[in-house]
Design a protein around this ligand. Structure first.
Ligand SMILES: Cc1cc2nc3c(=O)[nH]c(=O)nc-3n(C[C@H](O)[C@H](O)[C@H](O)COP(=O)(O)O)c2cc1C
Length: 375
C-alpha cells in the first residue's frame, strides 16, 4: 500500500512524495510577465516539502488571459522572466516545477480580484472572446465568437509556442488546462459546445479539438518534460460532461501520450457542487480505474490523514493541496510530522526541526555543490 510520502514516477520525473501544489492564479503579472510577487510566492511554496508545484494558469495568447493580471507565455520576454524565477527557485529547492498552460476562451476578459471586481470586464476595458459556440457563460457575459478553422489552427499554434517557451524556461512539467470551463473544457462540454460540425455533437467530435491541441503540444515537448492535462471529472450540471465521458477523455489522453491526469470539476455552468472534503475524488477515482497513468486528485483535501488514505486506498496516486498550502506553506511539514515520515528541510530552517525533519546531509540532492551549509 503506497503512502503519501512514497516516491512515484510521473512520466519522466520521479517525485519524492505524492503531494502536489496545484495551479493557483495570483493576478499579479504585469503585461503577462512574472513579477517579484511570483518569486516570493513560488519561493515560499518551494520550501513546503511538496514534491511538485504547478504554477498558475498561464495564457498562451493575450486574448486567452482570464484577467489583465494573468501570467502569459505569448512573448519571449515572458519566458525569460519565468526562466529567471525557475533558476532562482531551483538553486534553493529540490521541488519539481510545472506550469499550467491555458486559454480562457469565453471566460476570458474578466475582472481581476486585484481591483476588487468579478465577472466580465465589459466593453470599456474588455476584449472580444472566443468559444466553441456563440453561447455565453450566462446572460451577464458577452457572447463569444465561435472558432473558425483558422482560429483553431492559430490556437493550436499558440499552445505549441507557449509550451516550447515553458520548456525553454526550464519547467519540468506542463499541464494543459482542460478544466473549469476554459477553452478546451468548453469544447468538451455540451453546455458550451453546440456546434454542428465535426467539433460538436457526440463525444468524439467534442473531444477532437482538445485532443488536437494535446497532440500538437505532445509532439513539441521533449520526452524529458512531463505533459498532462487537468480535466473536468464532471460539470456538476445537467447536460454537461459526465464522469463517463470524462473517463473516455482520460483514456484518450493516455493513448495520445499523456503522462498524468489531474481531475478537477465545474466551471462550465452554474452547477450544484457538493462542496466538502475530497468532493472531487469520486470522479477522480473512476478515472483512475480506467487509466494506467498517475491521477492527481484535488479539492478540499486539507487533512493529511485524509490525503494519506486517498493514496493508500488507491483512490488517486497523488493529492493536490492548494489552499492548505496558501494557509500554511509548511502544510507538507505538518503532514510528515503527523504521519510519522521524515522530510528534508533547508539547513536554514533546521532549528525549526521537529522529530520528523532531517536536515540535509549535503546539498547534493539539489544537484548543486557550490552552496554549503553553514557549520
Ligand atoms: C487562489 C486560487 C487560484 C486558483 N487558480 C487556478 C488556476 O490557475 N488553474 C486551475 O486549474 N485551478 C485554479 N484554482 C483551483 C485550485 O488549483 C484547486 O483545484 C482548488 O483550490 C481546490 O483545491 P484546494 O481545496 O486544495 O484548494 C485556484 C484556486 C485558488 C484558491
Amino acid at each position: 500500500m503506497p503512502n503519501l510520502f512514497d516516491p512515484i514516477d510521473l512520466g519522466p520525473l520521479t517525485l519524492t512524495n505524492r503531494i502536489v501544489i496545484p495551479p493557483m492564479c495570483q493576478y499579479s503579472a504585469h503585461g503577462g510577465l512574472a513579477t517579484d510577487w511570483h518569486l516570493i510566492h513560488i519561493g515560499s511554496l518551494a520550501l513546503s516539502g511538496a514534491a511538485l508545484l504547478i504554477m498558475e494558469a498561464t495564457a498562451v495568447a493575450e486574448e486567452g488571459r482570464i484577467t489583465p493580471d494573468c501570467l502569459g507565455l505569448w512573448r519571449d520576454d515572458q519566458s525569460e522572466a519565468l526562466a529567471a524565477l525557475v533558476k532562482t527557485v531551483r538553486s534553493h529547492s529540490p521541488i519539481r516545477l510545472g506550469i499550467q498552460l491555458s486559454h480562457a476562451g469565453r471566460k476570458a476578459s474578466s475582472h481581476s480580484p486585484r481591483t476588487g471586481g468579478s465577472g466580465p470586464l465589459g466593453s470599456a476595458d474588455g476584449w472580444p472572446t472566443i468559444g466553441p459556440s456563440a453561447v455565453p457563460v450566462s446572460e451577464r457575459w458577452p457572447v463569444p465568437t465561435p472558432l473558425t478553422a483558422d482560429d483553431m489552427d492559430r490556437v493550436v499554434e499558440q499552445f505549441v509556442t507557449a509550451a516550447k517557451r515553458a520548456v525553454d524556461a526550464g519547467f519540468d512539467l506542463i499541464e494543459l488546462h482542460g478544466a473549469h470551463g476554459y477553452l478546451l473544457s468548453s469544447f468538451l462540454s455540451p453546455l458550451a459546445n453546440q456546434r454542428t460540425d465535426e467539433f460538436g455533437g457526440g463525444y468524439d467530435n467534442r473531444a477532437r479539438f482538445p485532443l488536437r491541441v494535446f497532440d500538437a503540444v505532445r509532439e513539441a515537448v521533449p520526452s524529458t518534460v512531463a505533459l498532462g492535462v487537468r480535466v473536468n471529472g464532471t460539470d456538476w450540471a445537467e447536460g454537461g460532461i459526465t464522469p463517463d465521458e470524462a473517463c473516455r477523455f482520460a483514456v484518450d489522453l493516455e493513448r495520445h501520450g499523456a503522462d498524468f491526469i489531474h481531475v478537477s470539476s465545474g466551471g462550465n455552468a452554474r452547477g450544484d457542487i457538493p462542496l466538502g472534503p475530497a468532493y472531487q475524488i469520486p470522479p477522480a477515482r473512476l478515472i483512475r480505474r480506467h487509466v494506467n497513468i498517475p491521477v492527481i486528485g484535488v479539492g478540499l483535501i486539507s487533512s493529511p490523514v485524509l490525503a494519506d488514505e486517498l493514496v493508500a486506498d488507491g483512490s488517486v496516486d497523488l493529492v493536490g493541496v492548494g489552499r492548505g498550502h496558501l494557509h500554511n506553506p509548511h502544510w507538507t511539514w505538518s503532514a510528515a510530522e503527523m504521519l510519522g515520515h521524515h522530510l528534508h528541510v533547508p539547513y536554514q530552517y533546521a532549528r525549526a526541526r521537529t522529530s520528523s525533519f532531517e536536515p540535509p546531509k549535503s546539498w547534493q540532492h539539489l544537484g548543486r555543490q557550490e552552496v554549503q551549509p553553514t557549520p
